[in-house]
Write a protein that binds this ligand. Structure first.
Ligand SMILES: [Zn+2]
Length: 81
């Protein structure tokens, strides 16, 4: 089973993939309507909103937390250590 490289969500069925395309390594939540992957800024914004909504943090804190989560994912890792 693949995991989305951009948000870490396990992708179990074709419906989890953008436009049902199982050759992609990111999920439909990380894709734009045309099926291409969101960029870092777009993903950070949506992740921040998700954290605000689910954890009730204020935006500043939520953004830091979202940036930390994204830094752990293969799509956004800047350097290998
Ligand atoms: Zn994803």
């Amino acid at each position: 089973m693949k995991k989305c490289i951009a948000c870490g969500m396990p992708m179990k069925s074709p419906e989890d993939y953008p436009l049902g395309d199982t050759t992609k390594n990111y999920c439909k939540y990380c894709a734009k309507p045309d099926g291409s992957m969101q960029n870092y800024e777009e993903k950070l914004t949506s992740m921040t909103e998700f954290v605000v909504k689910t954890q009730g943090l204020d935006r500043q804190v939520a953004e830091e937390s979202a940036a930390y989560m994204l830094s752990k994912l293969p799509a956004w890792k800047k350097e290998r250590s």
